[in-house]
Design a protein around this ligand. Structure first.
Ligand code: GLC
Ligand code: GLC
Length: 815
């Protein structure tokens, strides 16, 4: 147990025991279309589908105090005013607990004999969140108190809402019906939706004007109406609409009152918009309130949230895993993070404001790798959505807006790694499901309206794009950047007010990326496997030819003597080479060359990993991105040299690319290093939370490295490709249960002292119980495979042909 909390593994919850965590510790509510961000102090906001275009409540990022907007409850008890979640008043509590669970957060605070519990969740398939609130008198005397709720509405378009006050101060509109607050800003003209905030219990007052409830010269820590113990029943007209309710309670000793608040997003659909001039049709809202005024319905909705997660996680569960950190991550938290990254890409977190970045092309493709086993149908749709934003020459919009599914050029295109990730996501989908019909699905190109080219067409276009866009060494051209957004070899920016990613001319440039070459090898090998599994041998042979050719180029052009060069800049000079003064060794080229199969037969793969160990790795931190960091700005390298040393892409520990090194060690059969490296970045294994600061249950994008003054301090948690890739590392590379085109392949790579473990895996309609035994102290190599008692050659479990839906497997490592 740390200073701030502990894992309750049986309940699948992280329990936070004091509210003043080193940074806000976040959870996500919802997984369909309605989402909420919720911190341990009930901070956060909600939106429908798109955090930019359908923001329901407001949130001020980078506020001070940090994380000071949310789903607040105030208790006014005599003269004292407090929040069960501690903020915004920060009044001292007698007890505090926040349980972040799977799709819900439960905050309980107690003061002066009154306990308030606030359970927040989003019922599956519904566009609303519920706060189930219980108020308990834990004292021996009768207690009188008032409870207030509070949210601040956003006028739906979040960027406009926080920048354009000359307009937004004059558009706010609400209606109130029996204390239910209907936020209907812009509804009279073009919007056909509204937000609803209501209590299932009769209220003793309400406010909808922020100025009335909070006061212009007050703050959320001392709202005027709460101090006065009385709401003013205000009706917002312009300015800042909010939702607040007052509930007066008199509780006998031991008495408890339970009710619920509902915050809903309602789309009117085809219903008539108005009942009368200025009176909106509230039928849908009333229906929602009626349904949940029955607390049994609230409890049933919560039960479905829990059941749904239990069902999702049952696809993959490992038991008796000898390492507790790996066990809880792979079984629970890593999968939860994969759900969040799949749903939100990099758009809305504690660090991503929901207005800046939509769904990333490369990011969303990678997110599929850790998500596809959970909900393959949604992965399928996502792959097709992503492919539809590709252009017919193979290039891609770097991101797209989830609401419109249209690519946007906000941060440009011509990131030349983008097209290839589609091959990985598609192959992962087919490995999981066996559904090759996705390849024929029509998903035209963004620049050819009405086109219906197949997904396979996109895949071949992607492969061809890399092949046809190569530089003087025969390596792929980098464009604006590759996976490393900050390696801007064509940018040459001298202007502080231009973007590293969009400025500079990529046309006719010579700058090349070894990382893309490695990624190409990986993608081509994937595609060869796919074609072979479909009996398309000629295509397999053709793509194998591309592979062989690129491999030869990599080995001839990119080996620097002791590791793989990272890139060649626009002038043809090597980047990430011993001849460089700074940035001699980079992680990504080692990782991707090894993953793509380079260096396998000539010992270079091992040397590349050893270079990572020597120059980049620290057991307590993970691997820095390069060595040495750039101490000055390099015009020819771009943003990578803009960060202070030890942060982000300038030699920070970027968790995402660490995971590829973990896979690399398993390819070498080094189970000790694979686990040790895995634990080096594993949030659950971080001991000092005052140093690490971020959530202990999910990965952060970046940890400050040994080259910074604050080694070990994590940042940008939740939305990172580390989510998906770590799940791949733990479930497929270490524990070794690998979906393959023709069945499940069993190929663990574990520390020699591990005696074994069991994985339950649902795969294409069959539940496999796979017991891995390691009695001879090996790391890798399945020597015997028993499938329902029958010995099988090799390590691939064939798909049952006799309709069996449960299969027992025993895999023994070693000779
Ligand atoms: C961020 C981006 C990702 C990129 C990485 C490295 O995580 O979301 O697309 O690959 O940074 O620059
Ligand atoms: C990635 C990087 C970040 C960079 C950004 C540019 O997210 O992590 O450092 O600023 O890309 O879009």
């Amino acid at each position: 147990m740390s200073t701030y909390g502990y894992f309750d593994d049986n309940a699948r919850e992280y329990v936070i025991t004091r509210p003043d965590t080193p940074l806000p510790w976040l959870n996500y509510l919802g997984q369909d279309e309605f989402f909420g961000l919720c911190t341990q102090t009930a901070g956060g906001y909600s939106f429908w589908k798109d955090a930019k275009l359908r923001r329901i409540t407001r949130y001020r990022y980078n506020n001070n105090p940090m994380d000071n907007d949310g789903r607040f409850l105030y208790v006014k008890q005599g003269r004292s005013v407090w929040n069960p979640g501690w903020k915004p008043t920060r009044a001292r509590l007698d007890a505090f607990e926040c349980r972040h669970g799977l799709g819900y957060s439960r905050i309980t605070g107690r003061k002066d004999g009154i306990e308030v519990e606030q359970l927040m969740f989003v019922p599956p398939q519904e566009n609303l969140e519920i706060w189930k609130v219980s108020v308990r008198n834990k004292s021996r005397r009768v207690q009188k108190l008032s409870l207030f709720s509070f949210v601040e509405f956003c006028s739906f378009e979040a960027l406009n809402d926080m920048t354009n006050y000359q307009r937004t101060y004059s558009i706010g509109e609400v209606e109130i019906e029996d204390g239910a607050i209907y936020h209907k800003t812009e509804y009279r003209e073009r919007r056909n939706h509204y937000a609803l905030f209501a209590c299932t219990r009769k209220v003793d007052g309400y406010d909808t004007s922020r100025d009335a409830f909070v006061g212009v010269h007050h703050g959320l820590h001392d709202p005027q109406a709460v101090l006065a113990g009385k709401c003013t029943n205000s009706r917002a007209y312009g300015w800042n609409p909010c939702g607040a309710h007052q509930i007066n309670l008199t509780l006998k000793p031991g008495q408890e009152e339970t009710f619920a608040f509902i915050l809903a997003y309602v789309d009117q659909g085809d219903l008539p918009k108005f009942d009368a001039p200025f009176v909106m049709n509230k039928a849908k809202g009333r229906e929602i309130l009626k349904k949940y005024s029955d607390l049994a319905a609230v409890d049933a909705a919560f039960a479905t949230v829990k059941a749904r997660w239990a069902g999702l996680l049952s696809t993959y569960q490992a038991s008796s895993v000898p390492n507790a950190h790996l066990s809880r991550m792979v079984n629970t938290w890593n999968q939860v993070q994969c759900m969040a990254t799949f749903n939100l890409s990099r758009s809305a977190s504690g660090y991503e404001t929901g207005i800046g970045r939509g769904m990333g092309y490369r990011d969303s493709n990678q997110d599929i790798l850790g998500f596809v086993h959970l909900l393959p149908d949604r992965a399928r749709q996502r792959i097709l959505d992503i492919a539809s934003t590709q252009l017919s020459d193979g290039t891609c919009y770097h991101q797209y807006q989830p609401l419109t599914k249209k690519g946007n050029a906000d941060i440009g295109g011509d990131f030349n790694d983008d097209p290839l990730w589609l091959v990985l996501s598609t192959c992962a989908y087919i490995r999981e499901t066996g559904d090759t019909t996705i390849l024929d699905a029509p998903c035209g190109y963004a620049d050819k309206p009405g086109s219906t080219d197949s997904l396979l067409h996109h895949i071949e276009t992607s492969i061809a794009y890399t092949l046809n866009n190569r530089g003087p060494h025969g390596l792929p051209l980098i464009g604006h950047a590759d996976w490393n957004d900050c390696l801007n070899l064509n940018c040459f920016s001298k202007e502080p007010n231009e973007s590293f990613q969009t400025s500079g001319d990529v046309e006719g440039s010579k700058a090349e990326s070894v990382m893309i070459a490695g990624l190409f090898l990986y993608a081509a090998r994937d595609l060869v496997g796919l074609y072979k599994s479909m009996g398309r041998d000629a295509d397999a042979a053709r793509v194998q030819g591309y592979y062989d050719d690129m491999l030869k180029t990599v080995e001839e052009q990119a080996w620097d003597g002791a590791w793989y060069t990272r890139a060649f800049d626009a002038a043809g000079n090597p980047v990430g080479s011993k001849v460089c003064e700074e940035g001699k060794v980079f992680i990504e080229s080692q990782a991707w060359c090894v993953l793509g199969g380079a260096g396998r037969d000539n010992g270079r793969a091992k040397k590349a990993l050893q270079a990572v160990e020597k120059y980049l790795y620290r057991r307590d931190l993970g691997c820095a991105l390069q060595y040495p960091p750039y101490s000055t700005y390099h015009l020819e390298l771009g943003e990578v040299s803009s960060y202070p040393p030890g942060y982000k892409e300038n030699a920070g520990v970027f968790s995402h690319n660490n995971t590829w090194i973990h896979i690399g060690w398993t390819m070498q059969g080094d189970g000790e290093r694979a686990l040790e490296y895995y634990l080096s970045i594993c949030p659950s294994a971080k001991k000092d939370h005052d140093v690490y600061r971020s959530e202990p249950y999910v990965y952060a994008q970046m940890t400050a490295s040994q080259f910074s003054p604050t080694p070990g301090e994590a940042k940008n948690s939740w939305l990172t490709g580390t989510g998906a890739w770590s799940f791949v590392v733990a479930s497929q590379s270490i524990l070794g249960v690998q979906p393959d085109f023709a069945g499940l392949r069993i190929d663990p790579c574990v520390p020699k002292k591990w005696k074994g473990f069991t994985v339950t895996r649902k795969f294409r309609g069959v539940t496999y119980t796979i017991e891995v035994k390691n009695l001879r102290g090996r790391s890798k190599g399945v020597k015997s495979l028993l499938v329902d008692g029958v010995r099988i050659e090799g390590n691939l479990i064939p798909l049952p042909t006799d309709g069996r839906t449960a299969v027992r497997v025993e895999a023994t490592l070693g000779a």
